[in-house]
Structure formats: C-alpha cells, structure tokens
Ligand binder design. Structure first.
Ligand code: C5P
Length: 407
C-alpha cells in the first residue's frame, strides 16, 4: 500500500511580495513543510519590509533568499537554479507590481528573474487593494498570465488592509494549500483516468420538512475522492447531503434522493474508469411526499413505502452493454456475517470489488474518522485491513482499482 501524499518529497519555491498578507505566507510555508514539502523562499525587497527572511527560514528549515543573494558569490546561478529544481513556483501573496512585471518579462528582482527562468508550473495568489485588483492594467496582466498557463488563485472578497471591504484579499491559506495539493498531483499515475465517487446518505422526503435518511457522514466517500485526486485522477463526486469541504479539483454534483443519485450516476459513467458507490443509499422511499407539512393534530400519519431504484443494478446493466465503468466498487455496511454477506452482495450486484464495513464498532463506519474494512475482490482475493484513517482506507481501495485498471 502506498501511503505517500502528493506533498511528500516535493520542492516548492515560495515567492513572497510586499503585502500585509506576508504573515499568512509564513503559516502556509509552515503547513507545507509539515506535510513533507521542501520549501525555499524568495522575498522581494518590499516583502522584507513586512517580514523577515528569518521567519521563513525558521518555519521551513530551508534558506530564504533575498535580493542581496542575487549579487553574492552564487548569484549568477541562483536565479536559474532555484526555478529549475522546483515542482512548483508559488507566489503568495503576489502584488499587482510583481504580476505586472512577470506579465511583461521584467526581471529586476531575484523573484521576477526566477519566474522568468522557471520551467515548473507557476501559481499566483494575488493580494492587493480592491481598486488595484479591478484596475484594467492588473486584469489584463492577469489575463496574459492565465493564457500562458499560470494558475491564478483568488483573490477573495473581504476586509482588506485599508479597512475597506472588497475583492483583493489573498485566498485563505487552507484553500491555497488544497489547490497546491491538486497542482502537485497533476501527471500522477491516475491522470487521464475518470473516477466517479458517490458519498453521503440520501434523503427521501416525507413532506416539505421531514426526510428519511441515515447516519452516513460522507467522510469515507470524500476521502476516496481526495485519494483519487491525489493520484491525478479526474473526479466526479456525486454527493448526498454531507457537511464536508469539497476536495479541490473534484467536480461536485449535489443530490438528495436515491432517484437523483441514479440519474447523476447514469449521466457520469459513460467512458469512465471507475465507479465507487460509497454512498449510503436509501433502500425505500415514501410512495409520495406530502405537498404540505403533515400536521401533528391530524393523527399519526400512515406512510407507505416503495423500493428505491438499485443504482448498482442499473450500473451493471449499463456495464454489460458498454464495458463502462471499467471497475465497479460497492460498499456493504454490515452488522453481522460481514464477509459472507458482502461476498453475496458482490455476486448479486456484479461488482469487481466490495468493501465490507463493520458498523458495530464506534471507531468504524458512519461518523468516525477511522474505519475497519475488509476488501473482497471478484478474483477471490480478500484483505482484512486494520483500523485505519478513512484516508488510508481510501488509498488502499484506490490502489486496488489502479491494479485492476492496469491489467
Ligand atoms: O444492498 P445494500 O444497500 O447494502 O448495498 C450497498 C451498496 O449498494 C452500496 O455500495 C450502495 O451505495 C449501493 N446501493 C445502490 N442502490 C441502492 C442502495 C444501495 O447502488 N438503492
């Protein structure tokens, strides 16, 4: 099992320019370092007025370069060498001035020189006053950079250094971190592969207020989406209500009912590589949902149910005709006879892999951050995993699918 993250062993060159958001760059540098990235920093002269290179050296354990270094002994190789060894040049915060200079090939600081010489992807997180951002000069400069393949992240709306509210704040560090993760995953072993992942617990309406649902949190499905993205896959996440952040890069379809999920799955699967049905789909739905709220004083309601469509059954029909999705994975949440029930389900639902989930332990199953599963393959291979984080479980499942796809 590979448990490496897209961050481990990567080199990021962090450019920091003159903006009060510099202090957030130190936090970002620290988070990236903790995730296993080697972060070297380049500060522009105006960034040095806001923050010391020592701050970055302290949080990253790596050199932080300033313009003085450009004229030092190694200066002649510095501007080429730094950019060449990096997996990503990230400029955060990036001022309107630095954006303008890079757009026009001006190379008068170590950072702008490095940007001109770099051969790696370049990500820019603009941070400036709202007026400077909306100025046509800045907008046109950003358009130039976008056309050249630069990844532009933000800015976002909010309070700025001037005290005014507007569009110009640097994107939040957690969001930037997630987009960096995505950028580092490009060209991973699953690039060109399309994964469809369902997550969460469906909700079947009884009336405009009430629903029939289940305890699924969506955590395992979202972790699967993240683990597939981390290997470069294109991910469609079909999610029933789940109170979780959407992994950066996933194309999300929000659904409520089993029927809506079926429609979303059927429209996503043509040509796809893998479908992972991690969602807890309702097995029955009220025959009809009352148009108005069912009133308490009208006596106890008698609700009649019908079966929901079995999504995996329809997927099996589609796969029999077209061959897609290439690999189909189902989940079996069981409270007894785990393996036996799961094996039977794998056969009934024509699955390639089934993940049997023991829901009796509080550390496993629905709301926990950990999970204890047994992965059963149609080839007969059975692997009982120890208690792991849901992300580690996801990595193992993605690994098995990857093996299937390469056969
Ligand atoms: O039969 P059971 O509901 O236990 O099967 C679980 C598996 O089937 C899960 O992968 C779930 O997402 C999927 N399922 C489905 N359509 C349903 C109910 C469950 O595809 N209506």
């Amino acid at each position: 099992m590979t448990t490496t993250s897209p961050f481990s062993g990567k080199n990021i060159l962090l450019g920091v320019t003159g903006s009060i958001a510099c202090y957030k760059a130190a936090d970002l540098a620290s988070k990236l370092t903790q995730a296993g990235v080697k972060v070297q920093t380049i500060l522009t002269p105006s960034a040095e007025k806001f923050i010391s290179p020592l701050t970055f050296q302290s949080v990253t354990g790596q050199r932080a370069f300033v313009d003085k270094d450009l004229w030092g002994n190694e200066g002649h190789i510095q501007h080429i060498g730094l950019g060449l060894g990096a997996d990503l040049l990230l400029i955060a915060p990036c001022s309107a001035n630095t954006i303008a200079k890079i757009a026009h090939g001006i190379a008068d600081t170590l950072l702008t020189l490095t940007a001109l010489a770099a051969r790696c992807p370049i990500m820019i997180a603009p941070a400036m006053d709202g007026g400077m951002f909306s100025n046509p000069a800045t907008q046109e400069n950003l358009d130039i950079l976008r056309k050249r393949g630069f990844i532009i992240m933000g800015p976002i709306e909010g309070r700025m250094a001037s005290g005014m509210i507007g569009l110009g704040r640097m994107m939040e560090v957690t969001d930037l971190y997630n987009h960096i993760r995505l950028a580092l995953s490009q060209n991973g072993p699953l690039s060109n592969r399309h994964f469809i992942i369902t997550a969460g617990g469906t909700q079947e309406p009884l009336d405009p207020v009430r629903v029939l649902s289940n305890r699924s949190s969506g955590k395992q499905g979202y972790a699967l989406a993240q683990a597939a993205l981390d290997q470069g896959a294109r991910v469609t996440l079909i999610s029933a209500p789940a109170n979780l952040p959407i992994p950066a890069g996933a194309v999300i379809f929000n659904v409520n009912t089993a029927k809506e999920m079926l429609q979303a799955v059927l429209s996503a699967i043509p040509g796809s590589d893998a479908l992972i049905m991690a969602a807890a789909v309702a097995d029955f739905q009220p025959i009809r949902s009352a148009r108005q709220k069912i009133k308490k004083d009208q006596g106890l309601p008698e609700i009649k149910f019908e079966y929901t469509p079995d999504i995996l059954e329809k997927v099996a029909d589609f796969k029999a005709k077209t061959g897609f999705p290439r690999v189909v994975v189902g989940f079996a949440a069981e409270s007894q006879d785990l393996v036996k029930n799961a094996q039977q389900k794998m056969i009934n639902k024509h699955l390639d892999i089934i993940v049997a989930n023991d829901i009796t332990s509080p550390l496993s199953g629905f709301t926990a951050d950990t999970n204890q599963v047994t992965i059963i393959e149609s080839t007969g291979v059975l692997e009982e995993l120890p208690l792991l984080s849901k992300y580690e479980v996801a990595q193992t499942i993605i690994e098995k699918i990857k093996q299937r796809l390469s056969q």
